[in-house]
Design a binder for this molecule. Sequence first.
Ligand code: ASP
Length: 298
Amino acid sequence: MIDPPIWALILHGGAKEIAPEQEEANRRGCLAALVAGQQILKAGGHALDAAEAVLRALENDPTFNAGFGSVPNADGQVEMDAALMDGKTLAVGAVAGIQGVRHPVSVARALLPEMPTLLIGAGARRFAEQSDSPLYGAELCDPAEMLSPQQAASEAAESAGHDTVGCVALDQYGDLVAGTSTGGLNGTLPGRVGDSPLPGCGFYADNTLGGVALSGHGEAISRLMLAGRIMHELERSDVQSAVSAALNHLNRLTDTDKTDAGAIAIDAGGNVGWDHRSPHFAVAYATSQHSPQVFLKR
Ligand code: ASP
């Protein structure tokens, strides 16, 4: 008998504190995004299309700090980071500090086949203008449109905490893709870039091992190269142990109030793992063997 094709999809809506009145919106948003990607994988589609569809759905949902509804920096402006990595070719497409696009992840996708892997600020926006074809759909807009009404009211922004969205997808052809999208941390210095567009920090994908995506304090994640650590752990342990072992390195940092993080991962065999060092971590996954599940903490 021929084994059914294996696919797997995991996403997160951020390592953060989720107020009771926000729980339902987080569950609903994660599940809707999961369905968008799951449909593609189930129908024999590619991991890259599934990951982009998931991240675009999360970017559209103001519950999450990515795309529409991103948090403002200290100047009250939205600057967004996003990335996609293809585990087959090890190609990376990433943007940082981009303004005035509804879908930073689609700009990252348009960059995947290009020579530069990371474009920032005005250069990223200029690239988005050139590549805003219906195929990629960056959807140019006024930068001020990216603040949700709640975030435009600064009091709500203060309590919005932080979160990034992320996704890892494995398709039935064995291709793994990891992606991130974020508005960064609330009220940071203009021009600040966290882990989310940096391979080996906020994400990584390699078909021979697995794929990972992270959320949390970008400075802590970058200083510890957490995505890279998870990949190295995957060489010798199962995916769940790999994620948890890497996150334990957060204990080495002394600034304990700024070391929240969460990670999702899929190994090359389609097994999923996730863990967090934060009050909550909105996660949803489905595989060819498991029906959709959503969690707000472990
Ligand atoms: N990691 C993101 C950053 O530091 C923010 C987050 O995940 O909440 O920019």
